[in-house]
Design a protein around this ligand. Structure first.
Ligand SMILES: [Cu+2]
Length: 122
């Protein structure tokens, strides 16, 4: 009975540096403190709740809310590392200079069905 306990303790000890590494990866794709906020909603009709969003340039805190019951995600074209998943609600930060961006959901068939929107950052 002792051996499994020792093995588990060793795995937990070894797991800590890996967890810390994963945490820093998440931080690399975000920013703080947030300068601006953006709220995006997901609908069961495979649409976002707006066709066009606006936000101020800088570190943007994005709140992604699911207004339906299907799972969705949210990506920004050209910004690898930023991805929100709902579920219910998810938030994350992303640094965006002024420009025009495209928001989309990359679940199979969703973007093709219309789950895409413009984001104007100024
Ligand atoms: Cu979707």
């Amino acid at each position: 009975m002792r051996r499994p306990l020792v093995t588990l303790a060793a795995a937990v000890t070894l797991g800590l540096p890996l967890a810390a590494c994963g945490g820093s990866d998440d931080g690399a794709s975000g920013c703080s403190p947030a300068d601006a906020e953006l709220a995006v909603g997901a609908e069961d009709s495979l649409k976002f709740d707006e066709e066009r969003y606006e936000a101020e340039a800088g570190c943007i805190e994005v709140t992604y809310t699911n207004n339906g019951s299907q799972a969705h995600n949210l990506l920004i074209e050209g910004k690898s590392g930023f991805k929100l998943n709902v579920g219910d609600v998810d938030t994350g930060t992303v640094e965006l200079p002024a420009g025009n961006y495209e928001l989309y959901c990359d679940l199979a068939g969703h973007e093709a069905a219309g789950m895409v929107a413009d984001l104007e950052v100024s």
